[in-house]
Design a binder for this molecule. Structure first.
Ligand code: SF4
Length: 171
């Protein structure tokens, strides 16, 4: 008995050393953990709204997204006061000549990666104001647009659909 005790103290264990984790398995686990963490934590977008010359009809529908019925914040969508905090520029209206520079500066102030969503028929191509001398064109005429949400104005549910589609593909 004494010898067994001395042997167990002076020699290491006789069992096999544990194998090192497999690199491919670790990579698979890391990918699935990343997917899970994105699903839990990465589903949010910060939105800066820019009225580039709208009649305010589109804004009324966008404001409705914050009411108790649509409650967009529960979905991880937030309006922010500065383009520097934004992932998405939500732009309404035809771009008037007076607002052109403001839209360009807002776009340049938004950090990459960023997305531009044009809301309403006017934002697509100028809509009913397209022929006006005061209009530079749709949003695409001034900054690159990633998503168009059509309608005059588009209802809140349509705007929400577009934002959710963006949130699920952009991340
Ligand atoms: S799309 Fe319609 S509601 Fe929106 S700014 Fe143009 S005219 Fe107004």
């Amino acid at each position: 008995m004494r010898r067994i005790l001395i042997d167990s103290v002076t020699h290491g264990p006789l069992t096999e050393p544990p194998p090192q984790p497999d690199a491919a398995m670790l990579a698979e686990l890391a990918a699935s953990l990343e997917r899970a963490s994105r699903a839990k934590l990465g589903r949010s977008l910060s939105i800066r709204e820019v009225d580039a010359g709208s009649c305010n009809g589109c804004e009324l529908e966008i404001h409705a997204l914050g009411n108790a019925f649509y409650d967009l914040e529960r979905l991880g969508l937030h309006f922010v006061a500065s383009p520097r905090h934004a992932d998405v520029l939500l732009v309404t209206g035809p771009v008037t000549r007076n607002m052109r520079e403001a839209l360009e500066r807002t776009y340049n102030a938004t950090p990459d990666p960023k997305w531009v969503v044009a809301v309403g028929d006017c934002a697509v191509d100028g809509g009913i104001f397209a022929a006006s001398y005061a209009v530079a064109g749709g949003v695409n005429a001034v900054v690159p647009v990633d998503l168009h949400i059509r309608g005059c104005p588009p209802p809140p549910a349509e705007i929400l659909k577009g934002l959710i589609a963006l949130m699920t593909t952009a991340r």
